[in-house]
Design a protein around this ligand. Structure first.
Ligand SMILES: [Zn+2]
Length: 203
């Protein structure tokens, strides 16, 4: 998939329809900045926007991802190719996100340790030591919801009983006891509780 080609195709179809970026944005409930970003290839429309966008431009999702009108005989082959490409990109993005999560965790831990060391060796009053430790804890508190969100969204959790792979709700990830990334949650398919591992792909 070529994001720039897709962007150019969106712009071309929009102009053929005689509508402005602003009108397209309004019809889809997004900002015209978002439309401009798609058309210049800086971002792809969110998957929830793709169908209504294609309806408005009178193209298929496969045309959109391919960046051109796909002929009927090539349609199935092209669709498969584009879907596989999207899956590959999601896997890559998820892997990167999980790495970012580790990085955030390491940075926050280093800051906290540094604050603890400073607080214990500095020649200062008690309250100042407490303030230093709390300041060292602050990045963790800010980063924690971000890290939890990454863990919820990136990849899938796999049920140890039935092998079902799914994306849990933010709440259940939040409340579940965990060992590193393995979380104790209830499987939505077989309804059994178990230690569910994080996996990147569904296959
Ligand atoms: Zn299960």
């Amino acid at each position: 998939m070529d994001q720039i080609k897709t962007g150019k195709f969106i712009a071309q179809r929009r102009k053929e329809k005689g509508i402005t970026q602003f009108q397209l944005a309004e019809a889809l409930g997004v900002t015209d900045r978002a439309v401009s970003k798609w058309e210049t290839g800086r971002s792809l429309p969110d998957s929830s926007i793709m169908l209504p966008l294609c309806d408005l431009l009178e193209i298929t999702v496969t045309d959109l991802l391919k960046g051109e009108k796909v002929s009927v005989e090539n349609y199935n082959k092209e669709t498969e190719k584009e879907i596989l490409e999207l899956v590959k990109q999601k896997k890559y993005a998820d892997r990167m996100l999980l790495r970012v999560e580790i990085l955030i965790g390491v940075i926050c831990t280093v800051i906290l340790l540094a604050a603890a060391v400073i607080a214990s060796y500095i020649n200062a009053e008690e309250w100042l030591r407490v303030v230093i430790v709390l300041a060292g804890l602050a990045p963790f508190l800010v980063a924690l919801p971000v890290m939890l969100k990454i863990e919820q969204k990136a990849g899938y959790y796999e049920c140890p009983h039935c092998g079902h792979k799914y994306v849990p709700s933010f709440k259940s990830v939040n409340l579940a006891p965990h060992l590193c990334r393995t979380r104790h949650m209830r499987c939505p398919k077989c309804n059994k509780k178990g230690w569910q591992k994080k996996v990147i792909s569904k296959d």
